[in-house]
Design a protein around this ligand. Structure first.
Ligand code: ATP
Ligand code: MG
Length: 392
């Protein structure tokens, strides 16, 4: 019965000229999300509404699931569309609608009618009253409640008649493509995929960079990052994953710098390299999964020292989150199971027993002077090792 979905979206950011950009991006993202669902889908825009129509066979659940991954959507309403807009036909159809949508029929309800077709001869209130009467005739146990109805049936008289009551929540946010592009530092952990998700949710297109340290980090560790990128791309849309060979830089830092400073110096080089790739690819900011105090390299002092190497803004959407909050999001978006697979990442292998927790910028810069001889060349080699994997 439901071959059409009315897509509700937030009003914020949809004012003035932005409205067109927002709606066009949303429609594009809806079409992208539905590509992986069997069926023929058409989207259309009409007076501040987006409709998705499905012709032929399609899987209702899969379609709804795909739509719940599209940022910008706040509600997905399965709509019954009928041709005949006579009162008699609408009366029959609202009964069918309730029969098919609800298993029991003893709830309170209200009918809310709108005439988008202004030539329709009967005033909206009268249509609602008439349809309410037909519902009560068919389901005597139901009762009208105009203030807090359990079921609110929307009836819209347009070129055809649209009826819907259920609103399935969407993810909210803004359609990807409305807010530029950023570069996610994606590791195999729990945090960075969630960070990417959160920034994509604000309409930002994402690319990712992973620092790989073979043979210290295995092919399976890399595959895990590829899998995480795929999982994030279900929401963010296609992304490019840059895999950078970081081994020589790590070994060189290990050889030349105090071991309690390894992580922080390594993180500074990751940021520098990520920034270089961002500049080449048109990304306007970096994204990390850092959160204050989570580990030694994420104290406020460490974050300040890490941040110091970058000119681009660094988005840290998890900065004030507790670990459990982050885990909850990763479970909700479906990255958790992949994140907890046990493959080593480069940070865990080279980590010192007692890393500095309050690094001092001067002393870090001084240690980095030990790297002068080869580091610029190693950074260029790392950039040249860039393997680009197209995701999604
Ligand atoms: P995550 O769960 O995202 O791995 P974490 O708690 O393990 O985070 P760190 O290892 O200190 O924290 O890393 C902090 C951030 O630095 C990560 O969230 C990620 O953005 C980035 N990062 C760390 N290691 C890598 C890597 N090998 N490749 C790309 N980015 C990385
Ligand atoms: Mg990590």
């Amino acid at each position: 019965m439901f071959h059409t979905f009315l897509i509700k979206y937030g009003e914020i950011g949809v004012k003035g000229k932005n409205r067109f950009i927002f709606e066009a991006a949303l429609e594009k993202q809806i079409r992208r999300a539905l590509k992986s669902v069997d069926g023929i889908f058409e989207t259309s825009r009409e007076k501040g509404r987006i409709y998705v129509e499905c012709s032929g066979d399609f899987d209702f659940e899969d379609t709804v699931e795909a739509l719940t991954h599209v940022f910008g959507i706040v509600g997905i309403c399965p709509v019954m569309v009928t041709e005949d807009d006579s009162l008699e036909a609408m009366g029959r159809n609202i009964v069918t609608f309730l029969e098919e949508t609800y298993a029991s029929h003893e709830q309170s309800f209200k009918v809310d009618t709108r005439r988008a077709k202004k030539t329709y001869p009967v005033p909206s209130m009268e249509v609602s009253a008439y349809l309410g009467g037909r519902v009560l005739d068919a389901f005597p146990e139901m009762k009208v409640d105009v203030h807090e109805p359990e079921i609110l049936v929307h009836v819209e008289i347009r070129d055809r008649v649209y009826m819907y009551s259920r609103v399935i929540p969407g993810p909210g946010g803004m359609p990807v493509g409305t807010n530029g592009r950023s570069m996610l530092l994606l590791s195999g952990g729990i945090d960075s995929p969630v960070a990417g998700y959160m920034i994509a949710k604000r309409g930002v297109e994402i690319d990712a960079v992973y620092f790989h340290a073979p043979p210290y980090t295995s092919e399976r560790a890399k595959q895990k990052v590829v899998d995480l990128a795929k999982e994030v791309s279900v929401y963010s849309g296609p992304m490019r994953l840059h895999v950078i060979n970081f081994t020589d830089i790590q070994l060189y830092i290990y050889e030349k710098c105090p071991h309690d400073q390894l992580t922080i110096i390594m993180r500074r080089y990751m940021m520098k390299i990520a920034e270089r790739i961002a500049q080449d690819t048109g990304a306007l900011a970096l994204i990390t999964g850092e959160s204050i105090g989570q580990v030694a390299s994420q104290t406020v002092q460490s974050l300040a020292v890490t941040n110091e190497v970058c000119a681009l803004p660094v988005f840290r959407p998890l900065i004030g989150f507790d670990k459990q909050d982050i885990i909850d999001i990763s479970l909700k978006i479906g990255t958790y199971d992949t994140s907890i697979l046990p493959f080593e990442d480069c940070c865990t292998i080279f980590v010192a027993k007692h890393p500095v927790t309050k690094p001092n910028l001067k002393s870090i810069v001084k240690s980095e002077q030990n790297l002068t001889e080869k580091i610029d060349q190693l950074v260029e080699e790392a950039l040249a090792s860039d393997e680009v994997i197209e995701i999604g």
